[in-house]
Every structure is written in C-alpha cells, then in structure tokens.
Write a protein that binds this ligand. Structure first.
Ligand code: NAD
Ligand code: TYD
Length: 340
C-alpha cells in the first residue's frame, strides 16, 4: 500500500489536505506527523481518528531520530510543518528559524540519505515580499519582509539547493493566502469572523487597503495533488487564483454575511513592514492544466457558515490561556489606540 507522510498534518492546510487525500486516494496509507504546537490541534483530524490506514504521530521535524523512520517508509512527503503567523514572528522569532529553516534542513538530510520518493515543500508567496505592480513569477528574487517570510525563504532556498546539489526530488510551491475550515483564529478571516460572532471590535491594521490574493483551501489541496502528478522535481510552482481583495473589503463582506454592523470595525496601529500587496503569476501551473474551482464570494460564505456551525472548534482555542496571552500582546495596546 503506498504511503504519504504529511508533516504539519494537524494544522489548517495539512488537515484539509489529509481529508482531501483520503477522499481522492482512499487506497493510500496516511501518516500525519505533527509537533502539536499551539497551532496544531488533534481535533482538526477528529473525523479521521481510528480510521484504518491513518496514523497520527506526535513529532518534531527538527528531530531527525523521530522523523527518519517515518520518512524512510513513505513514498511521498508533503511538508506543511511551520511556524506560520507574521504577527507572532514580530513578537518572537526563534521558533520560526528553528522549524522553517532547520526543520526543512532535517527533512532534506533524511531525504538525501534515504533516496525517498517525491517531497513537496510548501513555501509561500510571502517570500517575494511586496509586489506593488504586476505579479511575481517563480524567477522573481526573494525579498521577504517579516521574520516569518525570511524563515520561509530560507527553507525554500535550502530545499531548492538540495534538489540542485543532491538531486533530492523536491517540488517547491508558493501559494497565496488560504482560507477555509479549521484555520486558526489568529489569521485575518477567522479572527474577524469569530470577533464578529463575539461582538468584539474587528482590528484592521493601518488603512486596511493592503491587498492579498485569496485561495479556498480545497483548491490549494487540489493544486498540490495536481503537482504531485504533473510537477517536475526540482521545480518551483506558484499557486494562485488572481482573486485580489483589500483587507477592508474582506472584513466588510464578513460583517455582511453575519448581519453585523460596520461599527465593529476599528482601524488600529499597523504591522511594522506590512507588505502592501501580494500577487503571484501562476501561468506555469495553469499551462500544465490546473485552475481553481471555487470563487471567493461563495467560498467565503461557506467558510463563515462553517465557523458559525462549529463554535465548539474555535471556542476551545479562543478560550485557551495561550490564545488570551497572544491576543493581549498583539491587540490590547492597539485597541487602546496606543502606538507600538
Ligand atoms: P498552521 O500554523 O495552521 O499549521 C502548522 C502546523 O505545523 C501545526 O499543526 C503545527 O503544530 C505544526 N508544526 C509547527 N512546528 C512543527 C515542528 N517543528 N514539527 C512538526 N510540526 C510542526 O499553518 P497553515 O496555515 O496550515 O500552513 C501550512 C503551511 O503552508 C506552512 O508551511 C505555511 O508557511 C504555508 N502557507 C500557508 C498559507 C496560508 O495562507 N495559511 C499560504 C501559503 C503557504
Ligand atoms: P494574515 O491572515 O495574518 O496573513 P498574512 O499576513 O500572512 O498575509 O493577514 C492577512 C492580512 O490581514 C494582512 O494584510 C494583515 C491583515 N490583518 C489585519 O488587518 N488585522 C488582523 O488582526 C490580522 C490578523 C491581519
């Protein structure tokens, strides 16, 4: 039975990918390998627990002894494991360098030794930095702004170097902003949905005119499946949709979907080095034959409905001491209208 190892499988995109893979490739064995940091949540995989040919392993991608046996027995590895939140990387960045750079190095070293099958390394469009005009293609120089983006750029370039130097069969993907079920309430869309449901203020950074390109998480999963079949090892692939929205537009749409007033919006102190716009050129992927299926408006409505119906899921996170500490550190002074 072929085996796929999904590192970071208890996070937002990883858990959606596992659910997608189970549905589309039911004959595969799936191993979810995750450290269960504050962002990893076993309840993201609640419906897979106890299913045949599904194994959950609590482990760190930086720990070679822990990781190696699982990687050695897998036919495909998809690496989602990372520290992922820009605002947290501005508060403290050690774990970002550790996991997003050294963790990738550990995976690459294991892959080099064991001559594994395909490795898909999930990078991000944030490695290109702000794109004020046009769209970044895969040859655009990397110009990260935050410690998160810089750490991801380090992992991305290391993976590429292992493909060039040691022929490790790795594909690197750089996707735009994802949204959908099981996204941690620290990120823009779930934070705004859950704050609105709780009748709390919605903190919009700066003037709210920053632009992000959005993809529904299921389309991202489909793109990864497509690249597993059609991508070339050693290749870098942008994954995008062309669906660009200003943050303020997204926040207004969420309020409208929930029937909540715009008076909940608060413009607060901006993020330092806040990237004005991200936009990827994904012609390379389109030419291979992939395109997104979901449009932003209906996928956002579906996402809002999911958060409304799954309060049990987000309440356990929002009520944790860890989340309260983070919220206090990142938002309390902003909502008091103070500067950093
Ligand atoms: P997430 O924060 O929801 O999940 C990350 C997962 O990695 C968590 O389950 C966490 O426990 C796990 N993890 C962290 N450190 C680990 C370690 N040392 N060893 C093992 N597991 C560890 O993030 P996400 O939004 O699902 O993002 C997944 C990947 O996709 C990341 O690499 C991210 O950079 C990339 N990405 C995300 C987006 C987005 O919009 N969310 C866009 C493009 C790329
Ligand atoms: P985020 O979801 O953190 O993703 P990224 O910074 O990785 O793109 O934020 C998306 C956008 O929303 C970004 O421009 C920052 C902005 N934002 C706010 O205005 N307020 C918030 O409370 C958050 C979390 C994000």
């Amino acid at each position: 039975m072929p085996t796929i190892l999904v590192t970071g499988g208890a996070g937002f995109i990883g858990s959606n990918f596992i659910r997608y893979w189970r549905r589309e490739h039911p004959s595969w064995e799936i191993i979810a390998y995750d450290k269960l940091t504050y962002a990893g949540n076993k309840s993201n995989l609640h419906d897979l627990e106890g299913q045949p040919n599904f194994t959950f392993v609590q482990g760190d991608i930086c720990n070679r002894e822990e990781l190696e046996p699982w990687l050695a027995k897998s036919d495909i590895v998809v690496n989602f494991a990372a520290e992922t939140h820009v605002d947290r990387s501005l508060l403290s960045s050690g774990d970002f360098v550790r996991t997003d750079v050294l963790g990738v190095h550990t995976i690459m070293e294991c892959a080099r030794e064991h001559r594994t099958g395909l490795i898909v390394h999930i990078s991000t469009d944030e490695v290109y930095g702000p794109i004020l005009d046009g769209s970044a293609d895969e040859d655009e120089p990397l110009n990260p702004s935050s410690p998160y983006a810089a750490s991801k750029a380090g992992g991305d370039l290391l993976a590429l170097a292992y493909a060039k130097s040691f022929r490790v069969p790795v594909i690197i993907t750089r996707c735009c902003n994802n949204f959908g079920p099981y996204q941690h309430p620290e990120k823009l869309i779930p934070l705004m949905i859950t704050n609105a449901l709780l009748d709390l203020p919605l903190p919009v950074y700066g003037d709210g005119r920053q632009v992000r390109e959005w993809i529904f998480v299921e389309d991202h999963c489909r793109a990864l499946d497509f690249l597993i079949e059609h991508g070339t090892p050693g290749g870098v692939y942008n994954i995008g949709t062309g669906c660009e929205r200003q943050n303020i537009e997204v926040v207004q749409m969420i309020l409208q979907l929930l029937g909540k007033p715009e008076s909940l919006i608060r413009f607060v102190a901006d993020r330092p080095a806040h990237d004005r716009r991200y936009s990827v050129n994904w012609e390379k992927l389109r030419k291979l034959g992939w395109q997104p299926k979901h449009d932003f408006e209906s996928a956002l409505a579906q996402t809002v409905a999911w958060y409304r119906e799954n309060e049990w899921w987000w309440r356990q996170i929002r009520e944790s001491e860890e989340f309260k500490r983070y919220y206090e550190a990142n938002y309390a002074w902003r909502l008091r209208n103070e500067s950093a």
